[in-house]
Write a protein that binds this ligand. Sequence first.
Ligand SMILES: [Zn+2]
Length: 282
Amino acid sequence: MQRRHLLISLTTTLLPATMHAAEPGRAPLVQTLSTPGELPLLLTVPHDGEAFIGLPPARTRGTVLRDLGTRPLAEQTALALARLTGGQRPALVVALAHRRYVDVNRSEAEGTESDDAVPAWRSYHAEVAAQVADLRKRFPNGALMVDVHGQGQVPDTIFRGTRNGQTARALIKRLGPVALQGPHSLTGELAARGYTVAPLMQDTLSAEDPRFSGGHTVATYGSHQPEGIDAIQLEFGSALRQRQARLPDDLAAALLAFMRYAGYLPANVSARQRSSPGRLTA
Ligand SMILES: [Zn+2]
């Protein structure tokens, strides 16, 4: 079978990055974009890939649509974080293969339906696992992963998914459920900036919407796992991704405020942050 390759633009302001390629003869040029960072934060983008990875058969089960706009959202949020911190960025891992061929937020068995799709799945998880291990080593007091998704069912709402607190077990153990759902939680900081979040803010843990309560990635790398870190899935509504130009700046500010409150950020980053001209107030 003749294989076609789609040229992928790898131009990014976040370089240097690791381009995780497939083994020779297995089609894809590049499957995962992985960029190291300085902050105790990893942003992952599983569902905004547009590459055809050598055209394996399309998946016949599960969702095959992209979470459009989540890659630029994560990349712009990373740039905004750098602006707010004097140049410190989050790590970033982006799946480049189209979800039609591989879903990296499912198990390998569920997310791939042909052998040709397996290298793309493994490439993504090798990079995520490596970044998580690196964060654990550099930030023994805790680090955060945010898995960035989009949903179209409730266009103005941001859903949190932690498997009802399970994937942020270390955070909850340290500060209580208020850290996941109170006014200084990540969704609390987003709510303070005018966004509708679900579950609603309160000090006790309430049930997450079962449609968006956390997929394979947060379940694999969350802090309930021996080698995990606190992991929060965020599902951004389609109207927010299409029309809310402030979203990356607001997300970056919310992330910084939350990371400072939750103790992920070392003191020197907090000091720089307070002296920066960003939108944050102490
Ligand atoms: Zn998604």
